[in-house]
Design a protein. Structure first.
Length: 240
């Protein structure tokens, strides 16, 4: 019998815990269970920074950290990514678990725990989400999340009021990230009509879209104009 097991060796795991014994034990067991890309950190601020740099597929996050508590770390991480977060905590009260899950945690594991059990929880999580990974309809960059199936766009968890054309422009660009498209190519892809040189239509839609997704629409980081060539969605947000 062949089981549909996710390729855990491709997953990037970030462990944030100030107890080095736990870090070392988890890392050793996870490697035995097939996880090859493991990153560790002992502070909350360091975990947030590493999350931005590494873009992990799952985070194991201790609640009792020396600088920031795990709840605060989770809330800050949720401002720019929806990466799965498993809390690790010595607190086993129901209220603690409810708080952890309500602010964006995906699981809550109480100490002491079996590292092998943690590994199997992670594998089970990836297995449940494997179908979604193979059939993606969710896209993300910065604090923007696009749900193609629902036709919605969230910014930092808040629903944006986009027109159908604005949504389709953004969807087309996120499916082709960091690629430059001429006004004609973009117009024909979204409107489904031959481009007749009416630049004003495209410029108006781009301006409105920037007003909704950019911090500073006059100096966009994501929806960038490439002079003489067209537009691109710069998912790195560095305005280059």
């Amino acid at each position: 019998m062949i089981h549909n097991i996710p390729d855990v060796y491709t997953k990037k795991i970030l462990i944030v815990d100030d107890e080095k014994e736990i870090l070392n034990l988890l890392e050793a067991v996870l490697k035995k269970e097939g996880f090859r890309h493991i990153y560790t950190c002992t502070t909350g601020k360091g975990g947030i920074h590493m999350c931005r740099q590494v873009r992990p597929d799952l985070i194991l996050l201790d609640i009792m950290l020396p600088d920031l508590d795990g709840y605060s770390v989770c809330e800050q991480i949720r401002q720019f990514t929806f990466v799965p977060i498993f809390f690790l905590s010595a607190k086993n009260e129901d209220l603690d678990k409810i708080l952890g899950l309500s602010i964006g945690g995906d699981d809550y594991i109480t100490k002491p725990f079996s590292p092998k059990e943690v590994a199997y929880k992670m594998k089970a999580f990836f297995r449940r989400n494997q179908y979604k990974e193979k059939n993606p309809n969710m896209y993300q960059f910065g604090d923007i999340t696009i749900d193609e199936a629902q036709g919605t766009v969230l910014r930092a968890g808040t629903l944006l009021n986009l027109t159908a054309k604005e949504f389709n422009i953004l969807l087309f660009l996120i499916k082709n990230p960091n690629q430059i498209f001429s006004k004609a190519r973009l117009y024909e892809a979204v409107w489904g009509e031959t481009y007749l040189g009416n630049d004003n239509i495209m410029m108006v839609h781009m301006r409105h879209l920037r007003e909704k997704i950019e911090d500073n629409p006059s100096k966009p980081n994501y929806l960038v104009t490439v002079r003489g060539l067209g537009y691109k969605l710069n998912t790195k947000g560095d305005a280059k």
